[in-house]
Design a protein around this ligand. Structure first.
Ligand SMILES: *[C@@H]1O[C@H](CO)[C@@H](O)[C@H](O)[C@H]1NC(C)=O
Ligand SMILES: *[C@@H]1O[C@H](CO)[C@@H](O)[C@H](O)[C@H]1NC(C)=O
Ligand SMILES: *[C@@H]1O[C@H](CO)[C@@H](O)[C@H](O)[C@H]1NC(C)=O
Ligand SMILES: *[C@@H]1O[C@H](CO)[C@@H](O)[C@H](O)[C@H]1NC(C)=O
Ligand SMILES: *[C@@H]1O[C@H](CO)[C@@H](O)[C@H](O)[C@H]1NC(C)=O
Ligand SMILES: *[C@@H]1O[C@H](CO)[C@@H](O)[C@H](O)[C@H]1NC(C)=O
Length: 755
């Protein structure tokens, strides 16, 4: 208790320092004009099994009893939210002194300030994933996810969009207890079966005023929509990954931000309503799982058998940027697909370089539109800082010319500046950092975005001649682009900071230039065009996570009895590591990707439906692991929601968690030894032989080397001993461990790090 209160005092100080900044809006939060109030999420112990706090009203009364007498008159206005499933606890506005009083209650666990800085991770895929293969694609035998409910926590949803039509949809399953908080009749239907809002941003409807939530929902479970396109690119039938699954929206974000209390409230409702899968495309960095709202809420979902898929974050390619990294969550990174919306630069020298542009103007498709090409060189480097500022553009006199700029991830901002300065077209090169990941933004003038490499070639050409010229040739949608998938430069990377001994992210899936439903008409600002569309093409790990949520729904409909850990294992151990060019999947620099980029690899849904073996985990395993991380009983209880005594539990190290991937941190020359247990979910009688692949210098011994199963559900354990022949500190080596039978290859990526 002493340490807890100490940490609490530190957080008051932080809170008070925050509030003492001259922020005009904070004065309105003062209840009595002298004591600043701050909103806290208060975690309390679970009421005893035999307690009377079984109804929500009784629980709420109990929560109120935590507040000090001084607040008696305002109790109702001080408690902002109460929870039943996501956590045991409530959100209250308290002064520092009052929080101290609350913390003295013996049932108090911890309090965290309610934060508002969660970011949304935005910046043809079913076919690319092989779902529609006529012979045995997963759509065929999962019945498109019929009967499964996907709960989406996001910015709301736009009802009535064709992607949410309920034609051909079955009725929701009888276990569904959710609500539809749209005022308008018919907004919810058999596709969109529930929609709630939890937001504190003066929103009184689950409608989507951002677009993100609509896009993510349609990606997971949108209906088939013929003739979907974006500004006449990428014509085709749009469909979500699980087109017959039901959707439930929990609106927990306003435009661009979300709050902790609303996220917990969304998870609370999703659990109580009866969803099967939760999809979360937002997050923030936490160094400890007891401080991570998505981690804490998700644990309660996993307890109930609900699968949770989360975006890894968009802070790549720097290392250790991965978020939503708790081992009970599927952490999803982003990669490209084989679809390009091509806009090729043709230089005066005749050389052609492919780039991408979602806006494909009709005119300018021939060489006659070669324009003078200028580089408003401001001496900036190619690291993504803006070289095309209003000043440099003016100095370079870009009027009527084609302008070369470096992209600074500001979307269409550069295009607007170039157009204002009189530029005729924009040739945008990626920064060195984003390398080959070309995200196609709608620009306000004819434009294309090229890889950093192609940008260098254009610069050398500009250097080589006194009269550089260029044209942009719009080639429309190209399928079968190679190599694909490729790691998206922005996708957040491992290792995990909260748990460096668990390999993260877990998996990658499509997240670059994803076409899906949008609530508003999207149109380029070009006067030449008046095309509008109700679809939008955006990029981010936000787009990858719902792909995996849809895949989890398909797997759940094939294997209703599988635990979330089993589904996750199936997804990870069957992932692809080879691109469509036959080489290992590459990163944004066109070099082989590391496991800190890709995790187990690129999802292969059809193989995931039949993995052969799975690495299963129970809630108790996670609890032992949390104790093993050195967390206090109270910190573990905040996550698990049950009373925990680590002294009595078996504590296990990170390496001992029965995870489908292996991360071995060698602390000495002694090497490491760890154990795993696999469950047979394939054929009754089957034999698996081990195969290990490692570079020179690492020796891995698996014991036994053969596993014989006599029935389904049987488990076998094995040990892995990893030895190294004297490598340098910090060095990271990767390899794999496979169990191979006649019908299955069960692969675990293995990372060995010298501590
Ligand atoms: C405001 O709070 C302070 C400190 O708790 C207390 O002394 C004061 O009486 C309160 N004022 C009013 C108007 O309630
Ligand atoms: C609930 O159970 C605990 C121990 O299991 C016991 O000490 C307590 O008296 C019980 N309370 C009620 C209200 O029955
Ligand atoms: C699966 O494929 C078979 C053979 O092509 C077909 O007869 C059947 O209708 C398909 N089932 C579904 C649910 O699409
Ligand atoms: C182009 O020339 C400038 C200066 O003349 C030089 O700094 C730059 O590196 C050259 N760029 C390429 C790509 O050759
Ligand atoms: C643009 O709008 C005008 C007037 O409404 C219409 O005549 C024309 O066909 C439209 N063009 C396109 C490409 O949709
Ligand atoms: C995995 O473990 C869970 C929890 O113990 C159990 O319900 C499930 O049957 C196990 N096996 C599979 C394949 O999910």
């Amino acid at each position: 208790m002493a340490t807890l209160i100490l940490t609490l005092f530190i957080s008051f100080l932080v809170a008070l320092i925050f509030l003492s900044f001259p922020n005009p809006s904070s004065s309105s939060q003062l209840n009595n004009h002298s004591v600043p109030l701050q909103s806290y999420i208060i975690f309390v112990k679970q009421p005893a099994e035999n307690s009377t706090h079984t109804t929500q009203a009784a629980r709420d009364n109990w929560y109120e009893s935590f507040l000090p007498f001084t607040t008696f008159a305002f109790r109702k206005s001080r408690i902002l939210r109460t929870y039943s499933s996501a956590i045991s606890g409530f959100v209250a506005k308290l002064s520092a002194d009052e929080l101290h009083q609350v913390s003295l209650n013996p049932s108090f666990l911890t309090a965290i300030p309610n934060r508002q800085n969660h970011r949304l991770f935005t910046t043809h895929s079913p076919a690319f994933l092989g779902l529609n293969h006529v012979d045995g694609g997963l759509w065929n035998y999962s019945n498109y996810g019929a009967g499964i409910i996907i709960g989406i926590l996001d910015t709301g949803i736009h009802p009535g969009h064709p992607s949410f039509s309920d034609q051909a949809m079955p009725n929701p399953p009888s276990k569904w207890k959710g609500r539809c908080q749209f005022q308008q009749a018919g907004a919810c239907n058999k596709k969109l079966i529930g929609a709630r809002f939890h937001s504190v941003f003066n929103s009184d409807s689950p409608d989507d005023d951002d677009g993100h939530g609509t896009h993510v929902s349609a990606t997971a479970a949108g209906a088939f929509v013929p003739d979907a396109n974006f500004l006449s690119s990428s014509y085709g039938t749009a469909a979500g990954v699980a087109p017959l699954a039901h959707l439930a929206m929990y609106k927990i974000c306003g435009k661009d931000f979300c709050t902790d209390d609303a996220i917990l409230d969304g998870i609370d409702s999703a659990i109580n309503d009866g969803v099967d899968v939760i999809s979360i495309s937002l997050g923030e960095h936490s160094r400890n799982f007891y401080d991570s709202i998505t981690g804490i809420g998700s644990f309660k979902a996993i307890r109930k058998g609900i699968f949770v898929s989360c975006a890894a974050g968009n802070d790549g390619p720097e290392m250790s940027t991965v978020t939503n990294d708790a081992p009970w969550i599927l952490t999803v990174g982003a990669s490209t697909t084989d679809r390009n919306v091509r806009a090729t630069v043709k230089l005066g020298s005749g050389e052609e370089l492919d780039g991408e542009s979602v806006f494909q103007p009709k005119s300018g498709n021939d060489d006659s539109s070669l324009l003078p090409l200028v580089f408003p060189d401001s001496g900036v480097t190619d690291d993504g800082s803006m070289n095309c500022s209003p000043e440099t553009l003016r100095a370079a006199d870009v009027r009527g010319k084609s302008v070369f700029c470096y992209d600074d991830r500001s979307g269409s901002e550069i295009g607007r500046l170039v157009k204002e300065a009189g530029g005729a077209s924009l040739i945008l090169s990626n920064s060195r950092q984003l390398g080959y990941t070309t995200m196609a933004f709608p620009q306000v003038l004819p434009a294309t975005l090229l890889s950093y490499e192609a940008g260098r070639k254009i610069l050398s050409y500009i250097n080589s001649t006194s009269n550089p010229t260029a044209a942009i040739i719009f080639k429309g949608t190209i399928l079968g682009a190679s190599p694909a998938p490729m790691m998206a430069g922005f996708s957040s990377r491992g290792p995990s900071l909260a748990s460096p001994g668990i390999l993260k992210p877990d998996i990658i899936g499509p997240g670059v230039n994803i076409l899906a439903a949008w609530p508003f008409q999207v149109k380029p600002e070009s006067p030449k065009s008046n095309i509008t569309t109700l679809f939008n093409m955006i990029s981010g790990t936000s787009m990858s996570a719902p792909h995996l949520s849809g895949i989890a729904a398909l797997l759940k409909s094939v294997h209703p009895d599988w635990s979330p850990a089993a589904i996750k294992s199936a997804i990870m151990t069957t992932a692809d590591t080879i691109g469509n060019d036959g080489y290992p999947i590459r990163n944004e620099q066109n070099a082989p990707a590391s496991f800190f980029d890709t995790g187990a690899g690129h999802v292969d849904p059809t193989k995931a439906a039949n993995p052969g073996l799975i690495y299963n985990l129970t809630v108790d395993d996670y609890t032992s692991y949390l104790c093993g991380l050195g967390y206090t009983n109270a910190q573990v209880e905040v996550i698990t929601g049950t009373s925990v005594s680590c002294e009595k539990m078996k504590k296990i190290s990170e390496a001992e968690l029965n995870y489908p991937s292996i991360m071995a941190i060698l602390r000495s020359d002694e090497g490491a030894e760890l154990r795993r247990v696999v469950t047979n979910v394939g054929e009754e009688r089957s034999s698996f032989l081990v195969q290990v692949e490692f570079p020179e210098g690492i020796e891995v011994r698996v014991e036994p080397e053969k596993l014989d199963f006599m029935k389904v559900g049987e488990t076998k354990s094995f040990t892995v001993r990893i030895m190294t022949k004297g490598s340098g500190e910090g060095e990271v080596v990767q390899g794999s461990l496979k169990w191979v039978s006649d019908n299955h290859v069960v692969r675990s990526p293995v990372v060995v790090q010298h501590g």
